[in-house]
Ligand binder design. Structure first.
Ligand SMILES: [Zn+2]
Ligand SMILES: [Zn+2]
Length: 249
């Protein structure tokens, strides 16, 4: 077998048997494609101690985080698999900015398992849409890749057309003035084109990271105004304190 042919084959197949964080060979296919070491040490897994509204890690013995105690969010509940720290940052940025689409499937499987811990009844899955300009620039929507696997795992319809992102919003990190500026920036960002798939339904929104929750909340607001019965959110990671990255970029 020629060297180049072998390298093509390895790119096609061997990746499935390597840890998506450290690249170490896995002895068998595993659900999240992670070696024991990376799974055990390089993620901060979210469990019971997370906010009942936004899903972020709780730092005190409370049911809701400080932010949710003080600010209304339009979704019913959000949940994440891990905090946006350590290897989670590598995976999210790899998927989002470095074209590593193959990361979406194992990440989405983790998200699916996590969401089923708190809710099992959904009617439709909707990824947070990207603005057409951004999508063109990146070539794909990372949330859509995650949503594909989640919808398939839950045997639910994937809706990519009911809602669009009309405003090419600025990256949150480039905004000064905190929450108010972020909310202002997101105002009118989404538009519901058709209520058919969402009115009276339980919608599951999919995104890669939740920071302030402003993006998910705005999308949830649009869906609720269109008659959605419940709006849940699942993200791979959630930031701990001050958001270090841009949300919804
Ligand atoms: Zn590893
Ligand atoms: Zn919260």
């Amino acid at each position: 077998m020629s060297f180049s042919f072998r390298s093509v084959l390895s790119r096609l197949f061997v990746a499935e048997y390597n840890c998506i964080v450290c690249g170490k060979e896995l002895h068998a296919l595993n659900r999240y494609r992670l070696c024991e070491l990376c799974y055990g040490l390089r993620f901060e897994v979210l469990g019971e101690k997370s906010c009942l509204k936004c899903g972020k890690m709780l730092l005190a013995e409370e049911e809701y985080c400080l932010d949710c105690q003080n600010h209304e969010k339009h979704f019913d509940r959000a949940v994440s698999a891990v905090t946006y720290t350590g290897a989670a940052i590598e995976l999210v940025t790899g998927l989002k900015f470095h074209g590593k689409r193959y990361l979406a499937e194992p990440m989405a499987k983790w998200m699916t398992d996590r969401v089923l811990e708190f809710e099992t009844a959904f009617d439709v899955v909707i990824p947070v849409p990207l603005h057409a300009n951004r999508r063109k620039e990146r070539g794909y929507n990372q949330s859509e890749l995650l949503a594909e696997t989640i919808a398939e795992s839950l045997s639910l319809p994937l809706d990519l057309t009911s809602v669009v992102r009309e405003k090419d919003t600025l990256a949150s990190s480039s905004l000064e003035g905190g929450r108010k500026a972020r909310e202002e920036n997101m105002k009118g960002a989404f538009r519901l084109l058709s209520k058919e798939n969402t009115a009276g339904k339980r919608v599951l929104i999919v995104d890669d990271v939740i920071t302030t929750g402003t993006t998910s909340s705005c999308l949830a607001e649009v869906l609720k105004k269109g008659g959605a019965e419940k709006v849940y959110v699942v993200t791979f990671a959630s930031t701990r304190e001050n958001p270090p990255i841009q949300e919804g970029y």
